[in-house]
Design a protein around this ligand. Structure first.
Ligand SMILES: Nc1nc2c(c(=O)[nH]1)N[C@H]1C(S)=C(S)[C@@H](COP(=O)(O)OP(=O)(O)OC[C@H]3O[C@@H](n4cnc5c(=O)[nH]c(N)nc54)[C@H](O)[C@@H]3O)O[C@H]1N2
Ligand SMILES: Nc1nc2c(c(=O)[nH]1)N[C@H]1C(S)=C(S)[C@@H](COP(=O)(O)OP(=O)(O)OC[C@H]3O[C@@H](n4cnc5c(=O)[nH]c(N)nc54)[C@H](O)[C@@H]3O)O[C@H]1N2
Ligand code: SF4
Ligand SMILES: [Mo]
Length: 816
């Protein structure tokens, strides 16, 4: 930490003495993107270039400092420290040991966060309200007045409500802004009679759907990484905290400490050797993507064959493992988990290690030795990220991983976890109420393009409609605030284009962003937003540490940008609901009021003024051991599943999905219902379903160079984080592909262009492409030169949650 403080000090001196902050250039030069990386100074030429780009001049000017927070959908929500001269941000750093003292932890921004000045001052920044003058998707816009923009957006809203009803209005999934006042448009729409709801997230649809069937609502969270320090064996399925938990004080911080402190053996199960494995390559257990459930089944078979399952635990705490604990109506039918594993029920296939080896690519011997380690080593800490569940079989993959610790009774004890993701702690802050939505109908967020295209055909049985049997109207009006999920982050971009470009379908789209991401090109009106650090804003988050960051505007608003709260209140005024919307309060009034409410419940929180002054407030939490209470007293602390126990067989799932229309490949071969046990279902596009035309599996992951598509347009970041397809030398060689070649990855949905990264860090037969690259095609099937994986993903949802299976794909790769 000493090094960091030194560099922070020398940086400050440098800024005062020379012309300018070097932030981006210095950071990018190092090629590292971690919260704690040391920094070096930028070469003078870079700095001079920067002055030209931003117009920042600083010699002799007085410097003020304000705090802010990163509001992007990254768990860090890190602190940002803005150094301002003459109402211009001259450089951005973060909370460091010089602010906190050496012993206190620091929610430091990663280098994406520290590069915000480039985004703030980017030539692509939206500065004025605009209206569309070309076709939808073409990206042609003209500046208009705020008056005209608000008039058009509100007139259209009223028209759509009058003509189609409120269920035709929708606010798509969008994650670009996290703060305690981030839902102003929902609040506005609720005052106008409501809008069509969504459920699910693009992050965790499958695991969030399945977990309550197994554990109920009380057993949802895993144990923290600090709890894993007591473990002797740690199994991490599909998670990379080093990449997806960045920032100075998120679970990556805990992960690094776990590594340093634990005596446990660690295995990272992933189809690629992710960055969290780095330096410990022996810990990588390579697996074919989408096959974790088969691995678990193979291990279960071995445990059963050797009498190594914990029958006491399974009979006391669980239902459905074997006949003894099957619900009455299902006894004697070979429908238990054990019957599935031993080939006595369901698909009648015995799940031997040999069977699992052929699917997972892990040898039968290795599966046997792993089962032996699992049976004989405790405490066992089983954890999963969300990569394995963002798949066509994701519900059952997640469920299978959760079943593993149950088989050996490693739940609710020190050093164990319940197979879900690690716990995170955070102080709790009150948020602005969006009010109540009079419309109760809800769709899975991933199905919004269906709801635009043929919403009235969507029902509870074929598309997961909730709150009604069917949709009564298609989506006709959308407010897309801080999201690139209309195209780039959704799936099958060519198909999404076809649906969105037709303005007879969704008649009006209002877009609010800071840059023209691809989704913005479908807006009829675009409004220029301020970042959260250009206004007062507050956020709480955490890991083993919790923290609150309180920020104020770093500069006055530039150009014609406004806050989203102001935009929504202008709309409210036009629509005659301004008093109800604002209740006479500014956004800042609300934030302060909410904070006081939070302090009433949590008197350790400092005063508002102190928060503004210090920017960052941190708090330590004790390690969380998941399901400890249940383990200690299963009757007194029964779960809220139907049986009160852990359900390895779910009658509720069978009942809930009765009569559902399933498509081929949604369930086990020969079955007509969805499996009520954690089974392995081959993916629609997976290792077992590649074709001659598309013989490779294509899998995705979240990339350290971006948060989804955010920062994806910044040239400096692209340079250090080129868009690449990881391909194993075995697969590259036969195709004449070498490291650094420009290649095309193609499937039935489209074609993308990017660079080849030829590496043994990905399993043979699978190509890995990071998600979030900026789409660069015409939406009509042309090659996407941005290399966005969503040009190649399907809009078919996973069977139970109706979630996005965006890591499930097949492809062919050719040299460009
Ligand atoms: N740098 C960065 N950080 C982020 C984000 C980002 O875009 N960039 N996004 C944030 C958000 S919103 C979210 S939801 C989270 C996402 O967090 P996750 O969903 O956990 O992230 P992924 O990268 O999709 O998957 C985690 C790991 O699973 C692996 N994996 C994929 N499929 C399989 C499989 O079938 N089996 C196994 N065993 N492994 C598999 C991937 O290679 C990857 O290493 O990350 C957050 N953090
Ligand atoms: N293939 C594939 N696709 C995926 C995933 C995957 O794993 N694979 N992951 C999915 C997941 S987990 C998620 S969470 C989604 C995320 O998808 P999105 O929610 O679309 O996330 P981003 O791509 O980061 O887009 C955020 C947008 O918010 C904007 N923004 C940033 N700051 C502000 C601000 O202050 N104000 C306003 N108005 N706008 C701002 C950014 O410019 C950007 O356009 O992607 C999903 N898509
Ligand atoms: S992108 Fe994530 S890690 Fe980086 S500054 Fe923002 S919240 Fe922190
Ligand atoms: Mo996410």
């Amino acid at each position: 930490m000493l090094g960091s403080q030194n560099s922070a000090l020398s940086r400050r001196t440098f800024v005062k003495g020379s012309a300018l902050a070097s932030l981006g250039a210095a950071a990018f030069g190092s090629g590292m993107l971690f919260g704690c990386s040391p920094e070096s100074e930028a070469p003078k030429e870079e700095a001079a270039d920067d002055v030209l780009k931003t117009g920042a001049t600083t010699v002799g000017a007085e410097e003020t400092i304000t705090w802010g927070h990163c509001a992007i959908n990254c768990p860090g929500r890190c602190s940002l420290k803005f150094h301002v001269q003459d109402d211009e941000v001259v450089w951005v750093d973060t909370y460091t040991s010089s602010d906190a003292g050496f012993d206190d932890p620091q929610p430091r921004a990663c280098l994406r966060g520290r590069s915000y000045r480039r985004w703030m001052n980017s030539p692509d920044r939206i500065n004025y309200p605009m209206k569309r003058v070309g076709k939808r998707g073409e990206g042609k816009y003209e500046q208009i007045s705020w008056d005209e923009a608000i008039e058009t957006a509100t007139t259209k809203l009223q028209e759509v409500i009058d003509k189609y009803g409120n269920e035709a209005v929708y606010v798509p999934y969008a994650t670009g802004v996290s703060a305690t006042t981030s839902r102003p448009f929902n609040r506005l729409l609720n005052l106008m009679g409501g809008y069509l709801n969504f459920y699910n997230s693009y992050s965790t649809a499958q695991i969030s759907c399945i977990t309550p069937y197994m554990y109920g609502s009380k057993g949802n969270g895993g144990s923290s990484f600090s709890a894993a320090e007591d473990a002797k064996l740690v199994l991490i399925f599909g998670s990379s905290p080093t990449e997806t938990r960045q920032g100075g004080l998120t679970t990556h911080y805990d992960w690094v400490h776990l590594r340093e402190r634990t005596g446990a053996k660690i295995y990272m199960i992933d189809y690629r050797m992710n960055d969290s494995v780095m330096g410990h390559s022996e810990q990588w257990l390579p697996i074919n993507p989408g096959t974790d459930a088969a691995l678990v089944a193979g291990i279960a078979h071995e445990l059963i064959a050797n009498n190594q399952v914990d029958l006491d635990f399974l009979h006391t705490y669980c239902v459905g493992y074997d006949e003894e604990t099957m619900p009455e109506a299902y006894q004697g039918k070979n429908m238990s988990y054990r019957a599935y594993i031993m080939g006595e029920g369901y698909d009648m296939v015995e799940k031997t290690p040999e069977w699992a080896a052929a699917i997972t690519g892990i040898s039968a011997d290795r599966i046997r030795s792993l089962a032996e380690e699992i049976a004989t080593t405790s405490p066992l800490y089983v954890n999963q990220g969300w990569g394995p569940q963002r798949r066509s079989n994701g519900e059952w993959t997640a469920w299978s991983i959760m079943a593993l610790p149950c088989l050996v009774g490693q739940i609710g004890l020190p050093g164990t976890s319940n197979g879900t993701r690690e716990a995170r702690n955070s102080p709790s802050l009150a948020s602005m109420s969006a009010g109540e939505n009079p419309i109760k109908t809800s769709i899975p967020c991933f199905l919004f393009t269906d709801a635009i295209d043929h919403g009235t055909e969507m029902t509870s049985k074929n598309a997961g409609v909730k709150g009604a049997d069917a949709l009564s109207v298609n989506i006709k009006y959308m407010i897309n605030y801080a999201g690139n999920c209309l195209t780039n982050q959704h799936s099958d971009i060519n198909k999404a284009h076809e649906i969105l470009a037709d303005d007879s379908k969704c008649e009006f789209i209002l877009g609010i962003d800071t840059v023209m991401c691809d989704s913005m090109n479908y807006s009829d009106i675009v409004l220029p937003d301020l970042f959260r650090f250009e206004q007062t804003s507050q956020i709480a988050t955490g890991s083993d540490w919790g923290y609150v960051i309180t920020g104020t505007a770093c500069t006055t608003p530039k150009f014609e940008r406004k806050t989203a709260y102001e935009m929504a209140s202008l709309m409210a005024e036009k629509l005659g609901v301004q008093d109800e919307f604002t209740e006479g309060k500014t956004e800042e009034d609300r934030i302060k009021e909410q904070y006081e409410e939070s302090r009433e419940k949590d008197d350790e929180l400092p005063t508002w003024d102190e928060m503004v002054e210090r920017g960052v407030y941190t708090r330590a939490y004790d390690p969380v051991v998941s399901m400890k209470k249940f383990r200690d007293d299963p009757a007194g602390n029964a779960l809220d599943t139907p049986s009160g126990k852990i359900e390895i067989f779910s009658e509720k799932l069978l009942q809930f999905t009765e009569g559902w229309e399933l498509a081929e490949g949604d369930t086990l071969p020969g079955m007509e219902t969805l499996p009520p046990i954690p089974a392995y279902i081959p993916e629609w596009y997976g290792v077992e379903t590649t074709t001659d035309e598309f013989p490779l599996v294509l899998a995705g992951f979240h990339y350290r160079g971006r948060i989804h598509s955010s920062w994806g347009f910044l040239p400096e970041l692209k340079e250090v984080n080129p868009q690449e397809a990881w391909i194993n030398p075995v697969d590259a060689e036969g195709r004449g592909i070498k490291q650094g070649d420009t290649i095309h990855v193609k499937n039935e949905f489209g074609e993308i262009e990017l660079l080849a990264k030829v590496t043994p860090r990905v399993v043979p037969g699978t190509v890995a492409v990071s998600q979030g690259a900026w789409y660069d095609g015409d939406g009509l099937g042309s090659v996407d030169k941005g290399g966005s994986i969503n040009t190649l993903t399907t809009q078919r949802p996973s069977p139970l949650s109706k979630g996005n299976p965006q890591h499930t794909n097949i492809c062919e790769v050719t040299k460009a």
